[in-house]
Design a protein around this ligand. Structure first.
Ligand code: DLL
Length: 435
């Protein structure tokens, strides 16, 4: 089943012709409207007109998350604010967050790609979709929602949290599909088991899971507990949100990237060298149709492999393997992207602390848990004899982590010079999750 058969099955030759045409248009537009691109293309001594084929793409400079942050909040928008109808953003303190804008047409395109994704999962207007992706600045909730409405399904805008209520609605409303992070699906199942609910007895037929890495074993477990087909959906807010790539019911080996809207390359994350199709590397995305926030050669940080063999489903778009690794130090905690540098920025904003910290990520049941150990400064340690003063600092860290990053952390203050003097952020992070 297709939502837009013509474009989803476009022969590759025609697809490539469409991609190059769209790429040239995007380049003209960003070069003339976004200061960053004019500067970066000029510095690389390339003009939009130099890009005559897709192989010329490698002449163009990359754009990175750092560039996005440097242009916070709206510096990379290619349209005036009067044309922007929606804003989403990543978590983080000012300057460490990134902001994404959408025109009316961008929302239309995104909804269509989400509609394609839902149809690829076998959903129709006869389905009831329980959407437990978070609504708000995160793109998961609204992204799924608009796609669900577009195919005419009945969508339950559940958002995250309130597990007992989620289970009640799963039982009472009888949704046929559920969308959330894979770990939240397992968490709901745990809660269901505690309440004596047999998840297999629900009407659910299919689950669409993403926003965090999950492996085949986790997929098998979800399928078994719920008695459903569990499909993978991929996306990143910078490029659009969910619906950049979607696993189809027929293939079950990777996710189709909607190539009429995105160009994808794989690069060596160390050298930036473009790798042959099929090699494992960092995915780099170029948006071909976005108006408000076009991106040319955005380094996603996601490590995957492209699958070029034709798929049984008939879609001509290439697939990407599950994303299980990143090329940078980004952590995904309960679906929320967190960088150690963002935590550092929070800690430096609080008086009485040393910048030395250690981050321990683990699982508590199915969900991620975060413990943050922070050294207090000598001064605070010797002066604040009172436990109360230390508790106040602890509380402040917990609050700032929640307010700016959206993550709940257990915070432990420790004496000065007790944490290992570690170089580089990787050493400061202990990730005990097995994925
Ligand atoms: O997570 C968008 C999304 C929402 C995707 C709902 C799927 C479902 P961000 O918050 O910007 O956007 O996080 C993007 O999450 O670069 C990957 O590292 C990771 N990610 C997203 N989907 C998957 C997936 C949304 N299916 C970052 N498997 C990306 C593994 C994923 N990692």
């Amino acid at each position: 089943m297709f939502y837009n058969e013509e474009f989803e099955t476009l022969p590759r030759e025609a697809l490539r012709a469409l991609q190059i045409k769209r790429l040239q248009q995007v380049l003209q537009r960003v070069y003339h409207t976004v200061g960053h691109y004019k500067k970066s293309l000029d510095a690389a001594r390339v003009k939009p007109d130099d890009i005559k084929s897709l192989t010329d793409l490698h002449k163009l400079p990359f754009i990175t998350r750092q560039d996005l942050q440097n242009n916070y909040p709206f510096g990379l928008f290619a349209v005036p604010m009067s044309s922007v109808v929606r804003l989403h953003a990543s978590s983080g303190t000012s300057g460490r967050s990134t902001v994404f804008g959408y025109t009316k047409r961008d929302v239309e395109t995104w909804s269509e790609l989400m509609a394609r994704s839902l149809v690829a999962a076998g959903l129709t207007k006869n389905d009831i979709i329980h959407n437990a992706f978070g609504y708000g600045l995160f793109t998961g909730g609204l992204g799924l929602h608009f796609g669900a409405e577009k195919i005419g399904a009945s969508v339950i805008p559940m958002s995250g949290g309130n597990s007992k209520r989620q289970i009640m609605i799963l039982q009472d409303f009888g949704p046929t599909a559920i969308c959330c992070t894979p770990s939240y699906a397992l968490h709901l199942a745990e809660q269901g088991a505690a309440l004596g609910v047999d998840m297999k007895a629900l009407k659910l037929r299919v689950g669409i899971f993403g926003a965090e890495p999950w492996n085949k074993a986790m997929c098998d477990e979800i399928e078994k507990i719920y008695g459903i087909t569990a499909l993978d959906i991929f996306g990143l807010s910078e490029v659009m949100g969910p619906g950049i790539a979607m696993e189809c019911l027929e293939g079950r080996n990777g996710m189709h990237i909607f190539e009429d809207h995105f160009l994808v390359e794989t690069i060596n994350p160390q050298t930036g060298e473009v790798l042959p199709e099929g090699a494992e590397g960092e995915l780099v995305f170029t948006t071909l149709t976005k108006e408000a926030f076009p991106l040319v050669r955005y380094r996603s940080g996601d490590i995957s492999r492209l699958i070029t063999e034709p798929c049984r489903c008939g879609r001509s778009h290439i697939k990407m393997e599950r994303v299980l690794k990143r090329s940078d130090d980004m952590l995904i905690i309960r679906g929320i992207n967190v960088f150690p540098a963002q935590i550092e920025a929070i800690l430096t904003g609080i008086e009485g602390l040393e910048p030395r910290y250690q981050l321990i990520v683990d699982k508590s049941g199915a969900l991620d848990s975060l413990e943050l150990r922070v050294e207090v400064s000598e001064k605070t340690f010797s002066e604040s004899g009172s436990v109360k003063a230390l508790q106040k600092i602890e509380k402040r860290i917990v609050k700032d982590m929640k307010d700016y990053l959206g993550v709940a952390a257990r915070v432990k203050l420790v004496e000065p010079n007790t944490l290992q003097q570690s170089q580089g952020t990787a050493a400061k992070v202990i990730d005990n999750r097995r994925i």
